[in-house]
Write a protein that binds this ligand. Sequence first.
Ligand SMILES: Cc1ncc(COP(=O)(O)O)c(C=O)c1O
Length: 381
Amino acid sequence: MPLKSKLPQVGTTIFTRMSGLAQTHNALNLSQGFPDFAPPEGLARALGEHAVQGHNQYAPMAGLPRLREAIAGQLALHRKVTVDPEEEITVVPGATEGIFCAITAVVEGGDEVIVLDPVYDSYEPAIALAGGRAVHVPLTAGSFAIDWDRVEEAISPKTKLFMLNSPHNPCGSVVSAADLDVLALLAEKHDFYVCSDEVYEHLVFDGRQHRSVLQHPVLKERSFAHFSFGKTLSVTGWKTGYCVAPPALTAELRKVHQYVAFVAVTPVQHALADFFEAQPRYPVKLASDYERRRDLFLSALSESRFSWTPTAGSFFQLLDFADISDESDTALSERWTREIGVASIPVSVFYENPPTQSVLRFCFAKSDDILLEAAERLCAI
Ligand SMILES: Cc1ncc(COP(=O)(O)O)c(C=O)c1O
């Protein structure tokens, strides 16, 4: 009996596809979002030590208490918010799982969820599996700011959840305090929840501040905020993050989490707790480190025919190729992976209705020599 797909539109993700192509053609891989440098000193060693010491069985479902305490300390230190580690923090095996659990906990058959295009690719399949419908609202062309008039037009009595992502992947835009005020007004007026993906929270440049929904008194009461240690500590392969939400929302999220993954990996949680107990201020230096990498990449591109606005946050830089080619971004990213050996991500794949634009996303979480080599090849086009 042929199985009817519940996700007929879904194939291999663009990240898997472009990373595979990069490998086949031995290209510099600036496509998938992961650092090519080592995690902070001592972190990997601590993981091994905890495994050797016997921390190898299931952790408590919501996460190791000592890691949840450390996370509450991080939120107090970096965001000046007080969060109850017992009832409001859940450690999850990657932000992707936390986001899936939040969507599953909230969305019922027939509900609508507002997503902003270009949209991170994990949201819509989770919404569809929960029986909901994603309602796509494009970000403003060029600036990638949120067009709140269009958001309000898209809200209906069925709107249950709003997906926010700041710093934004793939665009690198960041929301302002004013954006959060508007979102709070709309969320109260139309009574919907917010799922806020803040995995790049520490990567915000040029003196800007990250604005978390947890810092907004209205939004904090109706939001799930998601974070990832993978981005902050260059350990994307450890797939560990956490979700912060008020007790009633956390209780529902945990009901799903306990039957999706049940727990995050135990020795990883111990190693992360050790790290933040010893170096609570470590994330503070991330922004300047990544800003330096962004600037190195962009200044090496100064003789190229690309145009750009320096990215405000995340570790992604968009480059506009309108002056170079009128090919589609998907065709061009594949061709340049094969022909010049630099892999990127076409931005059109993150839209329901791609606009006419010509931008590729490049990940600059790479060592200096890779960034310089990639820029040299891009300048030669
Ligand atoms: C916007 C965004 N959200 C979530 C994730 C996933 O985070 P994790 O690896 O912790 O599941 C990523 C990873 O690239 C991302 O870019």
